[in-house]
Design a protein around this ligand. Sequence first.
Ligand code: 9MR
Length: 430
Amino acid sequence: MSRRPNVSATKSRRVSAMLSISSSKPRLLAMAKLTAILAALVALIPLASAQSQEWGQCGGVGWTGPTTCVTGTFCMEYSEYYSQCIPGTATTAPPATTAPPTSSSSSSAPSSTATGGLHTIAKANGKLYFGSATDNPELSDTPYVAILDDNTMFGQITPGNSMKWDATEPSRGTFTFSGGDVIANLAKQNGQLLRGHNCVWYSQLPSWVSSGNFDAATLTSIIQTHCSTLVGHYKGQIWDVVNEPFNDDGTYRQDVFYNTLNTNYISIALQAARAADPDAKLYINDYNVEGPGAKSTALQNLVKQLKADNVPIDGVGLQGHFIVGELPGNIQQNIEAFTALGVEVAITELDIRMTLPSTPTLLAQQQKDYQTVITACKNVEGCVGVTIWDYTDKYSWVPQTFSGQGAACPWDANLAKKPAYDGIVAGLQA
Ligand code: 9MR
């Protein structure tokens, strides 16, 4: 974040100097001078009106509007994409939260006046936690870790990669917990909940599993060993035991697990997890199941079947990888459809991406979208918590996966809060 100097004072000094000249000459000359001065003043009007108003944008990639601010405000650079005129001078400390408001014409203070971090606000409003994903390489970034460590902000963390199959059992029977342990220890030190992610997933799966051509009995034993070892190592936690079992049309994903064991692999994994830790919360986690539709219905049918078969299932994770302005409708109704089945729900991987560059309009829509998702969870008692898929654009998975898209997180790449932060607060307090 950086501040740009305010040139508005210099311009107003130039105007008053020209006005004082008009009184020091004979009348005719004075008239002529006055005309010239008026012309000069008229010429200055575009410059004066070319200054951004309080809370207006004053810079950023792709911005072609004014880059200076009206008197009493200065241009604060939030990121390379967005600078804004905020009250004060360049030597004034920025507001407690640096999130800009949604309306550039507003003359009120930034809307992020909430005290306490997101986890504190979530708890005060009936949720168990507000959390973030993180990943091992980011943990050498001291300013990043300082925010992650703040347990008023985040009461839960999820390792983005280091508990996945390729990281934990790279060859059969050889378990490596080093990366996962770093994150588990961080959570422990900070008093944060840990979400294990994940036991069984078609992706980030070592080829010894995916291409091993195992028969059903052998693959069953491989799943049992993997899940019980993992869940037993990280005891007393929440676990995404099965990740992304469905295609978008609600049919089962044709991966090595399904192709060898049909849907039985799901109960095999859940039962192994339960046997390893009776206290762990066991989840199935998927994306594009946040609103009603074929995939959500398929997941509901799976939950019903597991319950009917007495297979342990505690919760359903709705990942929540969204696009700005394209949220599914009826998220709350969809969450209620799951909780009605006797499972808890969590939003597990929330982020809301946009086509870059970000603009005030997109950021305002993103703020609304965050608020909509969080409000839906807030309004349903059985929706226990929300996890964002890393808190900062600096470490978001989005730009590497979707070319030209990004800015999906509530903090920008400079670790400054975006309007989305206010959307989360508003949603938690809905
Ligand atoms: O954030 C993860 C990213 O670093 C990895 O490259 C990617 C590889 O599959 O997985 C990302 O996390 C995914 C999560 O494990 C499951 N849901 C979708 C997430 C985003 O791809």
